[in-house]
Each structure stands twice: as structure tokens, then as C-alpha cells.
Design a protein around this ligand. Structure first.
Ligand code: HEM
Length: 159
């Protein structure tokens, strides 16, 4: 999956200010610590799952809708690892292979949009907790929004 350093949706260099060339984007490895470590990702996923629990479109896809705790933990550990945190996700689950892991679920445009809306709302509500200055917060927010948009699109597996 594309990391933030190589976002397909990022603007062409000619569209960016001279001080915002793609090579100057913050290193993904530093994001985990900058946003406050695992508690940030736990809070993000907690808020995301509030939406899942209230959304029949998403909830119907979950094999264990009555016990979302393990799914919540897997997503929080995956995101922490992706953004430069410890490799607990891969140590316990193996290589992410997210497309393969989502193959059993019918992920169409509608489901992906619900997933993305839930995550972007959770992000908006969690970002204020991150111990970042205003500029870092804006850059990191944009970086994560872009990642989630691309990742959700990438996981659509049904017309
Ligand atoms: C496009 C819409 C998406 C839908 C409908 C969806 C749905 C699901 C479902 C139903 C599961 C199984 C729950 C479980 O773990 O027991 C799951 C697992 C998971 N999803 Fe998604 N997902 C979507 C997008 C994403 C995206 C964009 C990411 C990452 C940025 C992601 C990361 C994960 C991870 C890490 C797991 C656990 C995989 C494992 O270790 O088994 N998902 N997803």
C-alpha cells in the first residue's frame, strides 16, 4: 500500500509552494511519536468504531458484530505500526496484506465511503488531542486524510 511519502493523490510539484515539495513531507516514521504514540491511535479507532456500531452498512460486514473489541485492537495496532510505531501488528498477525484480508468482505463504493466518512470524522475529533503545533497539526491531518482516502479506494473489491 502506498505510504504517505508516495501518495498517488498528492498534487504535482508544479501545484505546490516551493517550500512544500513532496520530498519535504514529514517522515512517516516520526508521526507515531509526534501525535502522542499508541493512545492517539487507540482514541482514533475508538471513535471510528462508534460509527461502525451505529452504521448498519458497516456493521453488517463484520463477522463478529457483537464483539468488536479484537477488530478494534487489530486496526489500532496496524495504524500505529504504519505511522512508525512498534511492529506489534505484524508480530502477531503477520504481513498486513490488507487487500487479501478484506477479500472475504463485500467492499463496494458505498461501504468504502461509509468507512472513509467514519474515519475522517474520527480523525477530526482526535487530532486536537495530538501534542502538535498548528502547522504540524495541519500537515499531519492532511497526510492522514490523504492516506485514508487512498487506502479506502484501494480496498474496494466489488462493483
Ligand atoms: C474500504 C472500506 C473498508 C471496509 C468496509 C473494511 C471492513 C473490514 C472488516 C469487516 C474487517 C474485519 C474485522 C476484523 O478484524 O475482525 C476489517 C479488518 C481490518 N481492516 Fe478494514 N475495512 C475497510 C478499509 C480499511 C482500511 C482503509 C484500512 C487501513 C487503513 C483497514 C484496515 C483493516 C485492518 C488492519 C483489519 C484487521 C486485519 C487482520 O489483521 O485481520 N480497513 N476491515
Amino acid at each position: 500500500m502506498a505510504g504517505p511519502g508516495r501518495r498517488p493523490g498528492s498534487p504535482a510539484p508544479s501545484d505546490t509552494a516551493p517550500n512544500a515539495a513532496p520530498g519535504d513531507e514529514p517522515d512517516v516514521a516520526t508521526v507515531y511519536r509526534a501525535v502522542g504514540g499508541q493512545p492517539f491511535f487507540d482514541a482514533l479507532v475508538e471513535r471510528f468504531y462508534e460509527h461502525v456500531e451505529a452504521d448498519p452498512v458497516l456493521l453488517s460486514l463484520y463477522p463478529e458484530p457483537d464483539d468488536l473489541g479484537p477488530a478494534r485492537e487489530r486496526l489500532a495496532l496496524f495504524l500505529a505500526q504504519f505511522w512508525g510505531g512498534p511492529t506489534t501488528y505484524s508480530d502477531t498477525r503477520g504481513h498486513p496484506r490488507l487487500r487479501m484480508r478484506h477479500a472475504p468482505f463485500v467492499v463496494d463504493d458505498v461501504a468504502a465511503q461509509h468507512w472513509l466518512d467514519a474515519m475522517l470524522d474520527a480523525l477530526e475529533r482526535t487530532m486536537p488531542d495530538a501534542p502538535l503545533d498548528e502547522e504540524q497539526r495541519a500537515v499531519t491531518t492532511e497526510q492522514m486524510q490523504s492516506y485514508f482516502r487512498n487506502a479506502a479506494r484501494h480496498l474496494i473489491n466489488t462493483d
